[in-house]
Design a protein around this ligand. Structure first.
Ligand code: HPA
Length: 277
């Protein structure tokens, strides 16, 4: 396979040729978050299968599109469709969308996901802004990446998610009556859900929510010097926290309920990002 950085650059050039857009804000939409792109004005949808070198997307709830549009006067690109490690994708492929957005000029990246709540104070339907993360995949997208002076691979991870942006958004969500918490997200490999013993261990480690994405992308985004905002929708309580039997269908159903808040939420997000730009 072609070196991933080169492949990302080639796909970004195709997107530029098709749209002429150079957005500074990007959003990666996780399971069930796809409809968040609907709020964009003057949308142009570019499907993955129209792009040479772009892998296809196979998971329900992930459409496989780049959506370009405007919000709050700024150009935005939203990615509908992740490449999960549990599908057998390599970490390099999992971070391909992040690399493409960076090539397009994106400087602030919003990573969204669905997760199980480990923190007992959480409830399904809550939103959680990521204050930090724990990588339990045993993988890292920077393994084998050639370091350069401008982009060292020994990336400082002291503050992955932008604290100022998070604070501001939390205040604004409160004002709009959107419950928004803060916590530590832990990524597992999946695709099986966790056992009760694993959830107890993850709680002892300091995790508030568990899911199967985001951390690998956040590592790459940090390496690429992006400002990051991470948002989780708690779709269920994690195994053993409640007696619920977990299914991907229920996760998507819960996301559908929460998605009614997306237009208000994303207009807050874009406003806040722009005020920091
Ligand atoms: N575990 C892992 N991933 C998830 C969960 C969960 O409980 N809910 C949504 N994605």
């Amino acid at each position: 396979m072609k070196q991933i950085a080169l492949r990302a650059a080639e796909i970004a050039r195709q997107l530029e040729d098709k749209t002429g857009a150079r957005p500074k804000i990007g959003v990666i939409l996780g399971s069930g978050w796809g409809s968040a792109a609907e709020a964009l004005e003057g949308k142009r949808v570019i499907s993955y299968d129209s792009l040479e070198g772009m892998p296809q997307c196979n998971v329900k709830g992930h459409a496989g599109n780049f959506v370009f549009g405007k919000a709050c006067g700024a150009e935005i690109v939203a990615v509908q469709g992740r490449f999960h490690l549990y599908e057998g994708h390599t970490p390099a492929t999992a971070v391909l969308p992040v690399r493409i957005l960076s090539e397009l000029g994106v400087q602030t990246l919003v990573l969204t996901n669905a997760a199980g709540g480990i923190n007992r104070a959480f409830a399904p339907g809550d939103l959680m802004l990521l204050s930090d993360h724990i990588n339990m995949t045993g993988l890292n997208p920077l393994v084998g990446v050639r370091a350069s002076e401008a982009y060292p691979i020994f990336v400082d991870m002291g503050q992955v998610y932008d604290a100022a942006l998070r604070k501001r958004l939390e205040e604004h969500c409160g004002g709009l009556g959107i419950p928004c918490r803060e916590g530590v997200y832990l990524q597992v490999l999946g695709p099986s859900y966790e056992t009760p013993a694993e959830i107890r261990a993850f709680r002892a480690m300091g995790a508030d929510a568990v899911g199967m994405s985001t951390v690998i992308e956040a590592i790459c985004a940090k390496y690429l010097k992006m400002r990051l905002l991470g948002i989780t929708c708690i779709t269920n309580m994690a195994t053993g926290v409640s007696n619920e039997v977990l299914s991907h269908k229920d996760v998507l159903r819960r996301m559908e309920e929460v998605s009614k808040k997306f237009p208000a939420l994303f207009s807050l997000i874009y406003n806040d990002i722009l005020s920091f730009a």
